[in-house]
Design a protein around this ligand. Sequence first.
Ligand code: SF4
Ligand code: SF4
Ligand code: SF4
Length: 345
Amino acid sequence: MKEYAFSHEEQSRQTQAIPEIDILWITAGLSCDGDTIAMTAATQPSIEEILLGGIPWIPKVRLHNPFLTYDNGAEFMEHFYSAAAGKLSPFILVIEGSIPDETNKKEGYWASFGTDAKSGQPILTCDWIDQLAPKAWAVVAAGTCAAYGGIHAMAGNPTGCMGLPDYLGWEWKSHAGIPIVCVPGCPVQPDNFMETLLYLLNMATGRAPMIPLDDALRPRWLFGQTVHEGCDRGGYYEQAQFADSYGSVQCIVKLGCWGPVVQCNVGKRGWMSGIGGCPNVGGICIGCTMPGFPDKFMPFMDQPPGSLLSSNAVATYGKAIHALRRFTQASMNKEPSWRGLRHTA
Ligand code: SF4
Ligand code: SF4
Ligand code: SF4
């Protein structure tokens, strides 16, 4: 897997301590706003801990998100206009939702945010990104739509939409030398996003090295392992105990789980405060953190083609191992023969 290498100049540019920072969060891509709503469940850290100064050493943070801020209307938009005019800096730009291709039609538009003061016309989401990305200290894609296009970018959709790396370029870097940071998931696992944000905030004060990203621009420590490697049902897979209907505790690969090849930590981390996590609670993994989602994982609920081979291979020894373990288990469930002699004498 490719690792991004950074020059000494890039490292020193991003280690100049930043005492305060704004987060400008635009949900006006093609989005369902699910990633913003997911943030309200974050605990490691929570939004409140970040915003109220509950975590030492990071900059003071001001969050501008249409759902999570007290500002309304013009008061809310003013932060974005100021940033576009170069009057608000430094800031982290967060994009939620996929970015449409506004050049693929003769009239109308796909997505906008706010209005132009002079013309009164909507400002396209693309234009905001064009204006703000070059001025941002870092740019973060929240959720799979913003990262890779996601559901809105399915084959046949009329918008021609895409993720931030396709829009800005995969090699794009902020003026601080930071690549686009993608935190995928549909929606993003709340703590994955907040932990990434916390990492960036530590970078902003020079307390963390450049964020390590994989070749899909995901934080490597969060997306380096598969769902399968952290799944509660892994023991059943190994023993070739495959469920053929929902409601079973066994492995659900034959019901359509893609966990063995999908990079996601939800099996280990759970969803909210460690609770949940798709296969752990009976839901097949449909690959929502992957650049190929959703097209390459469809039709959902069909057994993944590759797993036919692997589950058949496991079945050749898994059932025998399971039987041997039950035999050993039965023995271990009995006390050693030298105990209890008083009653057998
Ligand atoms: Fe909604 Fe999923 Fe797209 Fe986030 S990634 S905006 S949750 S569809
Ligand atoms: Fe792997 Fe999915 Fe089975 Fe879990 S349920 S063990 S992730 S195949
Ligand atoms: Fe998405 Fe699969 Fe992770 Fe669930 S386990 S969040 S479906 S990638």
